[in-house]
Design a protein around this ligand. Structure first.
Ligand code: ADP
Ligand code: MG
Length: 313
């Protein structure tokens, strides 16, 4: 059986996805859900993944969580090579290294048990004594701000509270990595914010690395970094900076396009459309960077130049 590895320091590389590919086969059809995805996540980071439906977000999360095996590429978490994992290693990994929170609270919770009993379930399975697991479950529920709801049954809790119980359950075994797939998909904006705040508290309290998949564009105010996925690849990345201006917090976002390991980048669709760039483009060096121009314009320019050359002769 594997041992939990020593975790990297906060800010050091934790998850490395390199050219990750996932192909699903359905009957005779192949669906390429991840098309050579690159992503690095630092230890202790709280980040979000956004993207249209079908872009591969859940596939990525399931792969990171050991629920799905990648078809090709590299994937390491805290130095563990998930590609080389046996089925037994994966069972160990799911139990000790990751916690999951799903969109539907029904997938996270047992309805007829109280909050305290729900959080104890995974600990019963691992054979912890009654006193210890009650203490642990209470501590976890207090961390997510539900110390006053320990004896409430799931049905007596609001949607946001239910998701916070789910977060406590996912943390029962103190996993270093927490994965949440659209955890705010079924709640209103205000409740979504309390859930994001809970992720923050968990990160501060336990140093857990947290990856949240969401449709919610406002998430960028709640996390350190947002990575957008398009067609199974990372396309843009937004980094949140909190500046203190005259004692007031001002949040700013810097947006970047992502280069993959082969130097390929995705240019935002709007930019391409604005200049009518399709199939081909011309890349030129400028003093302070690289300019991408429509191929057509440059062909015309070449023609003009050629013509001029002829005239000069
Ligand atoms: P997202 O979470 O961003 O909506 P998914 O990761 O669920 O996207 O899906 C990415 C693509 O892979 C979609 O085209 C989807 O239909 C396909 N897909 C996802 N899971 C499976 C599966 N188990 N079997 C076959 N195809 C799948
Ligand atoms: Mg999904």
């Amino acid at each position: 059986m594997k041992r939990i590895p020593d975790l990297p320091e906060r800010g050091e590389p934790f998850i490395v996805c390199d050219n990750l590919v996932k192909i699903y086969k359905v009957a005779d059809l192949e669906v390429v859900a991840l098309q050579g995805l690159d992503l690095d996540v630092a230890c202790g980071e709280v980040m979000a993944i956004i993207g249209n439906s079908g872009s591969g977000k859940s596939t990525l999360l399931n792969t990171l969580g050991g629920l799905d095996r990648p078809s090709a590429g590299k994937l390491t978490v805290s130095g563990l090579d998930l590609i080389k994992f046996s089925d037994r290693d994966l069972v160990w990994y799911k139990r000790h290294m990751v916690g999951f929170v799903w969109q539907q609270s029904s997938r996270n919770l047992i309805p007829y048990l109280t909050a305290l009993e729900n959080v104890q379930m995974p600990l019963i399975i691992s054979g912890m004594s009654t006193r210890k697991r009650e203490a642990r479950a209470t501590e976890l529920l207090e961390t997510v701000g539900l110390g006053h709801r320990l004896r409430h049954r799931v049905g007596q809790l609001s949607g946001g509270e239910q998701q916070r119980v789910a977060i406590s359950i996912s943390l029962a075994h103190s996993p270093p990595l927490l994965l949440a797939d659209e955890p705010t998909g079924e709640v209103d904006t205000q409740t979504a914010n309390t859930i994001y705040d809970t992720f923050r508290s968990v990160n501060e309290e336990f140093g857990t690395t947290i990856i949240i998949v969401t449709h919610d564009p406002n998430v960028s105010y709640r996390v350190d970094r947002v990575v957008a996925i398009r067609d199974g690849r990372t396309s843009t990345e937004t980094i949140t900076r909190i500046n203190l201006e005259e004692g007031e917090e001002a949040i700013s976002h810097d947006e970047f396009v992502v280069l993959d390991s082969a130097g390929r980048l995705q240019i935002p669709k709007e930019y391409l459309e604005q200049f009518g760039i399709r199939d081909r483009a011309v890349v030129e060096l400028a003093d302070d960077g690289i300019v991408v121009k429509p191929a057509q314009a440059s062909e015309e320019e070449d023609e003009r130049r050629g013509l001029r050359g002829l005239l000069r002769r």
